[in-house]
Write a protein that binds this ligand. Sequence first.
Ligand code: ADP
Ligand code: MG
Length: 383
Amino acid sequence: MGGDSRSIQAAAKKMGQTETRILSIVNQKGGCGKTTTTVNLAGALAAQGSRVLVVDMDPQAHATLALGIDPDELSQNLCEVLSDPGGPTRLEQILIQVSTGIELAPASLALSDLEHRISFKQSGAKTGRLKSVLHSIPWVYDFVLIDCPPALNLLTLNALWASTSVIVPLEASFFAVDGVQKLLSTIGLLEERIGHSLNARVLPTLFDGRTRYARETLRDIRTLFYEHCFDTVIRQNVKLQEAARHGMPIHRYAPSTPGAEDYAAAAAEVAIWRPSVRARQHFLAEDGNVAPTLEREVLIHFQDETSGDVRVAGDFNGWVPDKNVASRVESNGPDRVWTKVLRLAPGTYQYRCVIDGEWCTDPGNPDSVAGPMGHPNSVLHVR
Ligand SMILES: Nc1ncnc2c1ncn2[C@@H]1O[C@H](COP(=O)(O)OP(=O)(O)O)[C@@H](O)[C@H]1O
Ligand SMILES: [Mg+2]
């Protein structure tokens, strides 16, 4: 396997010098469209001329199957590579060219045992396995898409660790805010450890516009995530299931279907998604100097004796706890005092505190509204 991929890689674009973008498709809930999104986004990006590597990090190997490869017929897969990155099996050896513009790093059931296979190593090295493996090969890809298992486990942490952006598929007709909050908390904690930002965006999936409930849920998702939500919505389309069973992306199996249209639109959004550039534009004038902005410094205080960790998450930071927030912690007698410093343009914002992992309204702010998902959010007015 992998002869084709090696010849492509001879072009040898080096990681870091290129535009290669690594995206994880993550949600610990099963059945929300992660694998469908990975495979069909890869198909749509390839159809638009990009070179894509799909990394299947799910032991169930659904992305491998949906790209037409039977994991049982492979002698080597991602598990061998991740178990022993310095060992005899290298990533390049397991890559399979599945169609024009798409290569696959296939999964197998053995991946579920990865934790035990590398348990003798210290934990920092465990979460960085995939990243170091990806950095070990020459790069010719425009995108690397990593399909994650339905759990916030070592495999998902490896995927997030290697990524710069995260797509969170949300089932538009069955959306529970608690699971997403847990995921966003994990992303917030990881950002601190990795030392770079993970830009997360939610992608509404499995949307059935005929039901009022789905339409309302979609509106709630948009209200909650605002600019951190794709404009594209993936509609329910049975052809997506058929395409997976036939082992090919929808753009090849049935190009004139809603599923193909929606993933083409999502791919177009991914292609122009440049979150870091956009964030910088807030602060830099054309000559590169710091521009005067309308943003104000906003302080949120929290004082308590027993809490160990206090963060804030709101529509201003995509609900990722403490993202773009500076923190100061001081002592006041037996109490600890947290001061959260935000820079916000005038407007009204909704937010919640995350106190030792528990999401709640700000105890120091009496102003709250019923948030879109039914629970109350604190309100911040910046004038
Ligand atoms: N937009 C869609 N329309 C119809 N069926 C879909 C759609 N998205 C996903 N599915 C189907 O729903 C099931 C779960 O999707 P999948 O992508 O495997 O979810 P996950 O990877 O999050 O577990 C699969 O059978 C898949 O074919
Ligand atoms: Mg899946």
